[in-house]
Design a binder for this molecule. Sequence first.
Ligand code: ADP
Ligand code: MG
Length: 239
Amino acid sequence: MTAISLRDVRKSYGGLEVISDVDLDIETGEFVVFVGPSGCGKSTLLRMIAGLEGINAGELLIDGKFANDVPPARRGIAMVFQSYALYPHMNVFENLAFSLKIAHVGKPEIERRVQAAADMLQLTPYLKRRPRQLSGGQRQRVAIGRAIVREAKVFLFDEPLSNLDAALRVATRIEIARLKERLADTTMVYVTHDQVEAMTLADRIVVLNAGRIEQVGRPVDLYDNPRNLFVAGFIGSPA
Ligand code: ADP
Ligand code: MG
């Protein structure tokens, strides 16, 4: 089943088109990675799926239903950003529980979901700590945990590792790969400009260039058969 369809989607800012003719189907449970240089429109596309940016033309379908005007909170989507923006005055448990409290989820259910997320991300020993008492990698795991507790059908990640140093980046990438296995039915769309992240995490890679899709395919297919030099430069083996 198709979780997300983009049909001829376009987006302009002040007369400048930054997303052009994007056509893409993302299947339920798939891990799709958007790659491309800075400014090519990766975040804009992700924010359009989340409902944080409007769509100027074309259609967004979520589970086959027209969703261009569905408010973000009704899309069943959770987003993890590059800057993890935790609440500094709340401990890890409270940071994880916050969105559920707002949504009036009952206390035992909050407890269950926070425990499950903490368990999944190996955060259980840190539940009483404040964000400033955590490493960057632990903070980013809390940010990911906030998406998990919502039990969203779709996770969107916008360069979640780019603020981490090299060692933490590897560790957190492994954590995300594990999450992909644990939440196999959850659709995940992941933005990065890092080739290694794309190659190791993706079921399919979407290569973007100046607001357009250059090529879509499995990592091995893009690596072996890049359609052009641009794709080769990003993904392919050196010719
Ligand atoms: P990426 O995430 O691939 O680096 P973005 O989606 O952030 O790229 O940006 C795509 C293009 O749209 C860039 O040229 C950027 O300057 C422009 N852009 C993004 N957001 C806005 C905005 N709110 N107003 C005007 N231009 C924007
Ligand atoms: Mg971006």
